[in-house]
Design a protein around this ligand. Sequence first.
Ligand SMILES: [Zn+2]
Length: 332
Amino acid sequence: MLTLDSLYNLPKAELHLHLEGAIPLPFLASLINRNSPDQTVTPAELESGYVFRNFGEFVSKWMWTVGQFQSETDFCELVRAVAGNLAKQNIVHAELFFSPFDYPPGGLKAERITEEVIKGAELAMKETGISVLFFADIVRNHGHETAVTRVERLIPFRNSIFIGIGLGGSETGYPNEGFIPAFDRAREAGFRVVAHSGETQGADYVESAINGLKAERIGHGVRCLEDLDVVKLLKNKQIPLEVCPVSNLKTGVISSIKDHPIRQLVDAGLLVTLNSDDPTYFSTNLNNEIRVMHEELGFSPEEILELLKNNFKASFLPEKEKEKWLSVIGRK
Ligand SMILES: [Zn+2]
C-alpha cells in the first residue's frame, strides 16, 4: 500500500524552485557572518524573519536576502548547497530559476553569475548524482523596456544546463504583453521559455502567457479557474501548471490552505505538477508539500503519486530519461 513515507522516499522531480529562494539558512548565516565579522547570526535567528503578510513583503525580504551575495562565486557555492538539500529529499531532477539581474549597476554581474551557476551545477551533479537545469528569471518588475537586452546578454551562456528564460516577480502593473519581444528573442536563440502567470493576477495573464509569450509551462496559474475558456486552452494544449500550494498561502494568494484550488485544477483535467517555489521563505520543501496535499487538502497517496509523475512528464528531461524515472516510480 502506498503511504506518505513511500512518497517521501520516491525518486522525485521538482520543476518550480528558485535557487535564491531555496538558500539553506546555514549558508545564508555564513554569508552574513562573513560580510560582517563583528556580528554573529545563527540560522535559527534568521528563520523567524521569513514571515510575510503579502507579496510585497515577500519581495522586500527577497531583496534583503540576495543583498547578502557579495561575489558572483557565492552562486557556485549556493548551487552546491541547494543541490545537497534536494538530494536529501530524494529529488533526482530539479529545474531551477536564478535571478541574475537582481543587483544594482556596479554590483554583481549577470554574466558572471550565470557562469558561476553553471559551474556550481556541474560540480553539484557530480557530488550528488542528481540532474539540474536552470532558467534565468528576467523579472517583470525590472520592466519590459530592457527585457530584450537582458535576454541578449545571456544568450552566449546557453548550454545543456542553462536551458531557459523565465518570468517571475510582481505581476501587477507588468503584464505579459510587454515581454513578448524578449520571449521571441529567447525562443529564436534556442531557449525554452516558462512564465509565472495567474498567481496574483487573473486568468487573462495565463491566456497571454500561452498565446503571447508562448510559455511552455505556467508558474502557478491557479487563477486560470476564473475563466473557463482559459481552462479549456490549458487542457487542450496540456500546458503544465507548476502549482505550489504552501507558497500561495504564505504570499496571501489564498487565505487558508483549505481554499487552495488544486483539486479543481486536477478535476478540470489539467496537467498539474507539485512544487515548493521558495522553500526557505515558506518553511516548506517538496516532501512537506506532499504532506500538506494529504493532510490538509485530502489527496490520497495514489492521487499525489499521479502529480509526482506529472513532474517528470512536464520536465525538460530527454524523453528516455522521463521514461526511465516514470517506470521506476510506476513500480513502487
Ligand atoms: Zn516562483
